[in-house]
Design a protein around this ligand. Structure first.
Ligand SMILES: [Zn+2]
Length: 171
């Protein structure tokens, strides 16, 4: 998937997001396009803009100087884009990979987004015990990642219907 560089309002590079998220941030007036792809545009009913390569946030955000973003349930859902780690469908709950009753903690590496059904099915077992497989490994997001996700470029940031990239014919 195409990546877009995100600059802070002060022009310092913060992180990268997928181009789709970059478009959402621009459409929500949270960022402006600093540099666009010369030949790719994104189009939908009421939208037609060049695919952003670099965007800059309209408001300066302070990135806390810390090695790790603080864990939170909401953060786990946002990190996993509200997709169930077991089936890929919409997730509304957070599952402890190693259950708390087995000593598993509230940490980034031990928690994943999960649909209510899979969370219930897995119950008080490890994925191995439950015969369930993680579609992807949990990871520790950087503070900048969490910050950008928190800006609304993740869950609920619906793209206009029919939005898609289109390559312009070579000039
Ligand atoms: Zn599921």
């Amino acid at each position: 998937m195409r990546q877009t560089l995100v600059l802070n309002a002060s022009f310092e590079p913060l992180s990268t997001v997928t181009s789709r998220r970059a478009v959402v941030l621009v459409l929500q007036d949270k960022a402006v396009v600093e540099q666009a792809h010369p030949r790719l545009r994104v189009r939908a009913s009421a939208v037609d803009l060049p695919l952003p390569r670099v965007i800059r946030l309209c408001r300066y955000v302070r990135v806390p100087f810390r090695r790790q973003a603080p864990w939170s349930r909401r953060g786990v859902l946002v990190r996993d884009r509200h997709r169930c780690a077991y089936c890929g469908r919409r997730a509304t709950t957070v599952d402890h990979v190693v259950p708390r009753s087995h000593g598993g903690g509230d940490t980034w590496l031990n928690t994943v987004a999960s649909c209510a059904e899979d969370n219930h099915r897995k119950a008080d077992r490890t994925p191995e015990q439950a015969g369930m497989r993680l579609l992807r490994a949990p990871f520790i997001p950087s503070p900048a990642d969490v910050l950008l996700l928190g800006l609304g470029a993740a869950e609920g940031a619906e793209l206009p219907p029919g939005l898609r990239e289109r390559e312009l014919p070579a000039a």
